[in-house]
Design a protein around this ligand. Sequence first.
Ligand SMILES: C[S@@+](CC[C@H](N)C(=O)[O-])C[C@H]1O[C@@H](n2cnc3c(N)ncnc32)[C@H](O)[C@@H]1O
Length: 272
Amino acid sequence: MSEEQNGKPEEWAWPELKLPDLLLTDTVRKLHEAIESEWDSLRQSACQTAAGRALWKHVTHDQLAELLAGETYLRSLYEKIKKDRCRNAREVSGVMLAVRTLWFDSKIEAALSSFDGGGAQVVLLGAGMDARAYRLSCLKETDVFEVDFPEVLQMKTTTLQAATDSINDNQYVRVTAKSLNRVAADIRDNDWLQKLQISGFVPEKNTVWVLEGILYYLSHSHAIEVLKIIADNRALTRTVLLADFMNKSSTTLSSSMFHFHSDWPDRLSCHL
Ligand SMILES: C[S@@+](CC[C@H](N)C(=O)[O-])C[C@H]1O[C@@H](n2cnc3c(N)ncnc32)[C@H](O)[C@@H]1O
């Protein structure tokens, strides 16, 4: 007889979170401790997002997400998912991130195939712990640029290097893109495009701009300025801009973190 039949609520047989060995090595643990103690919440959002992709790995197929997210963010999201499932919540934590990942993946692929060759580049603004350059085979003829704060990109490189050093079969830590360039820049400053160009970005090449989980962290004027810079560059080339937006009410979820919002992103072009 089950406990439920016995009159007691049945315990949900919820499995323990399994962490990959790599995450438990001293080197990787120390790197993640530094992230937790030294980074502000803006930078830490990179690891939180990676945790979402990691715990929805069966959908996102992001094999590097656990390593890049770190134990703390994985455990925290795992507990939320457990609660949601036990309460039969209408939306389970992290699912939006998984959907968002798949949406951007498919739009990137579609944009690249619409270019019909000629060499293309993908720029990830606020790239965080995004591992598309390692994950998407559609990028094999494409130069990828990851733009983020210097400490975020440095930590990402160091963590991936630690993984390469400590495992024999490091197939997941192999870049599948034609090239990968990390560009340390604050996109609120007016020199980020210049820094991108110094790193090899060619304005005349067909470009996919990926603004995933970034615009709402910027003030209204900074977000519009970033979009303007991209729009001004578009005259030279075939350009696809992919971005997600928050509407006004969503930004109230955290008024200290979220700023820029647009209820009608399609209408933004008249401000650019
Ligand atoms: C929520 S994360 C999203 C990361 C990644 N796009 C993804 O979807 O996994 C936001 C990222 O934007 C970066 N970011 C925020 N403001 C930035 C700025 N002004 N300049 C450069 N990067 C910024 C943060 O460091 C963080 O990595």
